[in-house]
Design a protein around this ligand. Structure first.
Ligand code: HAM
Length: 424
């Protein structure tokens, strides 16, 4: 006998039954509408990439989570763990012809061999919004504004989520002011990103292993205790002549966000580091206001990625907004079942003699732009209307022998029970 195949999807992967699609569509619709409303152009790419493009710097968690394999021609390939390297590759390929700045958006399925916890799967969809080729903080504001808009389109308000923002440039200035040489900053970022996920003693050990001396370790933790931008500004001191300071960028971000209408959900939080090495400036992570769930979205400025992969220099800002955490949050808030607005017409028939007329009516309504669910089998009126009531249709029409003989039927609004006559 053949071995029984498991009906479960592989661990960490998801199936989407119709009821799951209801939530997924609600979330994706909000992503698409918010992207479009903010002027981002959709793009897409294949899920499979060359491993070389996706391989990461030592210490980056995502590097160890990449699903990779050799194809039959021995090409080393991988399933993308995020969209950003692919975006950089696509931009680099057309860098001579694109008119910068560009604003691009995608909903990309991503794969990471994660340790499974709440909010973390081995496959997720990630909405990406990126602006390439813009230096000013207005780029951060446009990206963040679109993400906040998506959350509101899903039914949440500004009071339901908090966007924690910091700046790697600022953190570098603070580390430098505390005597930690620039060459060690990347290591310090990766260690600090683990804060909250492992005890501080282990973080301190990572810092020492990375070459930070005892005074530097102490100074690093003192920096993590800074509460306000003013405190950070005082410690960082004045920026070098002509240099743009992290503090100035953050102040500008808060000022512009106030104009754009979402400053009330932003807060300065020096502990936001981000686990990916390519960020260079402002970084952010969004959480639910009660901090019950993992990060809803995250991103920041990554001005060197294009050159890292061999392209010409280009500044960039972007974010990734996963579908998993936000769906958990929406279910906790609005219930397991996604509120789906009813639409379309359910068309039913009593005996085989009315089947052709029902099909003709369905074709006529569909040609008029109506969504029609045509019953595939005969039914008694009561049975049909109870099925129609439980369906996603807003209206129903049922053809019996008399209707077909009269060449006319009644369309019933299933909510108000109002009936209107229609010619067959
Ligand atoms: P990330 O922080 O690794 O950033 O992922 C962004 C978001 O994707 C997270 O906040 C979370 O919502 C979701 N996410 C990530 N991993 C998983 C997982 N295993 N299961 C469920 N959801 C997950 C990036 O990937 C950057 N590439 C974002 C970016 C775009 N930065 C600039 N442009």
């Amino acid at each position: 006998m053949a071995e029984q195949i498991s009906f479960e999807p592989p661990r960490g992967m998801r199936d989407f039954y119709p009821e799951d699609m209801a939530w997924r569509n609600r979330v994706f619709d909000a992503f698409r509408a918010a992207g479009e409303a903010a002027g981002f152009e959709p793009y897409d790419a294949c899920v499979v990439e060359s491993y070389e493009l996706l391989a990461r710097k030592a210490g980056e968690e995502v590097g160890e989570q990449i699903y990779h394999f050799n194809d039959k021609s021995d090409r080393h390939l991988a399933l993308r763990a995020e969209m950003t390297p692919t975006l950089a590759r696509m931009v680099a390929q057309r860098q001579g012809t694109l008119a910068f700045p560009i604003k691009w958006t995608a909903i990309a399925q991503c794969f990471r061999y994660e340790r499974m916890t709440k909010g973390r799967k081995r496959e997720h969809y990630q909405w990406n919004c990126d602006i390439i080729g813009e230096e000013s903080v207005l780029a951060e504001v446009e990206v963040l504004g679109a993400a906040c808009d998506a959350l509101r389109r899903m039914g949440l308000s500004n009071a339901d989520f908090r966007v924690h923002v910091s700046s790697r440039a600022l953190l570098s200035e603070l580390l430098a002011a505390s005597g930690i040489p620039a060459a060690l900053h990347a290591q310090v970022f990766l260690a600090l990103d683990k804060r909250g996920k492992m005890p501080d003693e282990e973080i301190a050990a990572m810092l020492r292993d990375g070459g930070v001396d005892e005074a530097g370790v102490k100074a690093t933790f003192a920096i993590m205790d800074l509460k306000t931008l003013d405190e950070a500004a005082a410690l960082a001191g004045a920026p070098a002549e002509g240099a743009r300071s992290g503090v100035e960028d953050l102040r500008e971000l808060f000022r512009l966000a106030a104009i754009a209408g979402f400053a009330d959900c932003l807060e300065f939080d020096i502990s936001v580091i981000r686990g990916l090495s390519y960020y260079t400036g402002i970084v952010f992570e969004c959480f639910d206001a009660k901090r019950e769930f993992r990060a809803i979205f995250g991103g920041g400025r990554y001005d060197n990625l294009l050159t890292t992969i061999g392209g010409a220099p280009a500044t960039a800002v972007g974010l990734g907004f996963g579908d998993v955490v936000v769906t958990e949050l929406l279910k906790a808030r609005f219930g397991e079942e996604a509120p789906v607005p009813k639409k379309g017409v359910y068309v039913g028939w009593m005996f085989p003699e009315q089947r052709d007329a029902a099909l003709a009516l369905a074709a006529k309504l569909r040609a008029q732009g109506e969504c029609v669910n045509l019953a595939l089998r005969k039914a008694k009126p009561k049975q049909f209307f109870s099925r129609a009531g439980a369906s996603s249709c807003a209206k129903a029409v049922f053809l019996g022998p008399d209707d077909v003989a009269a060449g006319q039927a009644k369309i019933k609004d299933l909510a108000t029970r109002e009936e209107t006559a229609i010619a067959l």
